[in-house]
Design a binder for this molecule. Structure first.
Ligand code: ADP
Length: 272
């Protein structure tokens, strides 16, 4: 764009500075584009619930309020859409916060095994028609440097999805183990599965394979993008393995605490 600094033939120092400036400018511009896109996406997502609420209010206004049945139905529908907007706003805030997480500023140490057990218990309690099997091969010593709440969010998102997109087999397997440096958590379901093309997009914000189905189950298309950003922010990876029609496995890997301790020690020993 026009604000870029042009090349100065023969002056390397100025050219280096110009390059740095130009790449900063590119970064800022990319950021502004992303923000614009986000605002566009959000407006689009809010349009539907607002339109539904407006429609019901107009109906009530014209004649609906005189028919007790219509009155009750419209009020219930409008209130449901208001709750949907609420959860959308809450999830957008979570996404923004996930983007702001900086692992280096987090001091909290979280026991992975304990968090997994607690979340599995909670979700099992809420969905008694499902059988959630947890196979956690970690001792109590295995910790990550992570905000506890963030680890909980990641697990809740994956387990909720496994339930939301299940089919007849109401079973979910969660397993966790570790290698030298990482904790690996797998969440497996035997539900709808995801096609290879969709697998590439499900971590994008607002992306839903079947919009109607997701909406009907209260989904906003933000869960996986929140989980993905959180896992990334803590130096981990979130991937999916899935076969359409037979189920999915979501895999989380997170660096184990000693990795951070080592890098801290190095920093402290570095002469300044
Ligand atoms: P949503 O709120 O729609 O569940 P997510 O970001 O959590 O949003 O997921 C994005 C999309 O990925 C979902 O709409 C669904 O189509 C697909 N998806 C996520 N988890 C699973 C799963 N376990 N099995 C099948 N499809 C899934």
């Amino acid at each position: 764009s026009s604000a870029r600094i042009p090349e100065m033939p023969g002056n390397d120092e100025i050219n280096d500075l110009a390059d740095q400036f130009n790449s900063m400018l590119d970064q800022v511009q990319r950021y502004i584009e992303q923000q614009k896109e986000f605002v566009g996406d959000v407006s689009h997502e809010l349009r539907t619930p607002v339109a539904v609420i407006q429609g019901h209010l107009q109906l009530l206004n014209r004649w609906g309020k005189d028919d007790p049945e219509v009155l009750a139905e419209s009020l219930a529908a409008a209130s449901q859409e208001a709750s949907r907007m609420n959860s959308l706003i809450e999830e957008m805030l979570q996404l923004t916060r996930a983007e702001q997480v900086e692992q280096k500023n987090v001091q909290e140490v979280t026991d992975v095994r304990e968090v997994i057990m607690q979340i599995v218990d909670n979700i099992q309690m809420l969905h008694q028609d499902f059988s959630i099997m947890a196979d956690v091969d970690l001792d109590n010593e295995v910790s990550v440097r992570m905000n506890r709440n963030h680890l909980e969010q990641i697990l809740v998102i994956l387990l909720d999805n496994a339930i939301k997109y299940s089919a007849t087999r109401k079973e979910i397997h969660l397993s966790a183990d570790r290698d030298q440096q990482h904790i690996k958590i797998l969440v497996q379901d035997f539900g709808l599965g995801i096609s290879p093309t969709d697998q590439q997009r499900i971590f994008d914000r607002f992306y839903r394979v079947d919009k109607a189905r997701s909406r009907e189950r209260g989904g906003n298309g933000l869960g996986l993008s929140i989980a993905f950003r959180l896992v990334k922010a803590y130096g981990g990876e979130l991937t999916v393995d899935s076969v359409e029609g037979s189920g999915s496995i979501f895999k989380v890997s997170l660096p184990i605490l000693p990795t951070f301790e080592n890098s801290d020690a190095e920093e402290e020993n570095t002469p300044t």
